[in-house]
Design a protein around this ligand. Structure first.
Ligand SMILES: C[S@@+](CC[C@H](N)C(=O)[O-])C[C@H]1O[C@@H](n2cnc3c(N)ncnc32)[C@H](O)[C@@H]1O
Length: 218
């Protein structure tokens, strides 16, 4: 891995994991629980324009599309985008997936009603930039639905990044809900509600503190 270019190393890591990721990711296995929680967090009464940042194998994007929304997913990793496209085809769900860095999303400003960002902030060199991108992509009144957790408490949820790479990622240990609320406010969002309490059982066994927060662009 090329640690002189942390993003290249992160992207290569996820392309390597892409073929097997759906088999190990607990938030994929818990798809039904996530569907109910995301549907609640979206608080929408009809189809919306949704952008999923760091869409991975498309688990979150495909839930949103299955709820009837018009969904575009973007991910840095070609392997992940290929897996997401294959998953959409296999499920007969309409959603588009493109290779793109969050810093460089080829979508128009203020064109989305909802932006989703699940389990991506921890693996970014510049997490605040991702919140700023979400803010740029949203229409006034649109909402960000962001989820992440304090991954350092449970070894099974840690990446196997080399230490030199982890050290370049400010949130590699994970994020707490209070920390997330501060970051959202700094990026210009008005935090709305927490939704993680809707899970009847944690989607992350091992007592990992995690959150699902919605926040509005005013
Ligand atoms: C833990 S996975 C989460 C995938 C998905 N959001 C989910 O919930 O299943 C993190 C994803 O972030 C992507 N990623 C990392 N850095 C990125 C960047 N700068 N721009 C876009 N995607 C990025 C990785 O390729 C990987 O697919």
């Amino acid at each position: 891995m090329n640690h002189a270019d942390p993003q290249a190393a992160v992207t290569a890591y996820w392309s390597t994991r892409a073929p097997l990721f759906d088999g190990v990711a607990s938030h994929v296995a818990q798809g039904d629980l996530w569907r109910a929680v995301l549907e609640a967090a979206f608080e929408s009464d009809g189809p919306r324009d949704v952008v999923d940042l760091g869409s991975g194998t498309g688990a979150c994007a495909l839930i949103a599309a299955g709820l009837g929304h018009r969904v575009r997913g973007y991910d840095a990793s070609p392997g992940m985008v290929a897996a997401a496209r294959a998953a959409a085809n296999a499920a007969g769900i309409e959603a588009s997936f493109e290779i793109a860095l969050i810093a460089d999303i080829p979508a128009e400003d203020a064109g989305a009603d909802i932006v989703t960002l699940r389990n991506v902030l921890w693996t970014l060199e510049q997490p605040m930039q991702a919140l700023q991108t979400a803010h740029r992509l949203l229409r006034p009144g649109g909402r960000l639905v962001v989820s992440d957790g304090l991954w350092s408490v449970a070894p099974q949820y840690r990446s196997t990044y080399a230490p030199e790479l982890s050290a370049r990622l400010p949130l590699h240990d994970g994020i707490t809900e209070p920390q997330m609320r501060l970051m959202l406010a700094e990026a210009g969002f008005t935090p709305l509600r927490a939704w993680q309490q809707l899970f009847p059982v944690s989607p992350y066994p091992g007592d990992v503190p995690f959150f699902v927060l919605s926040a509005r662009k005013d």
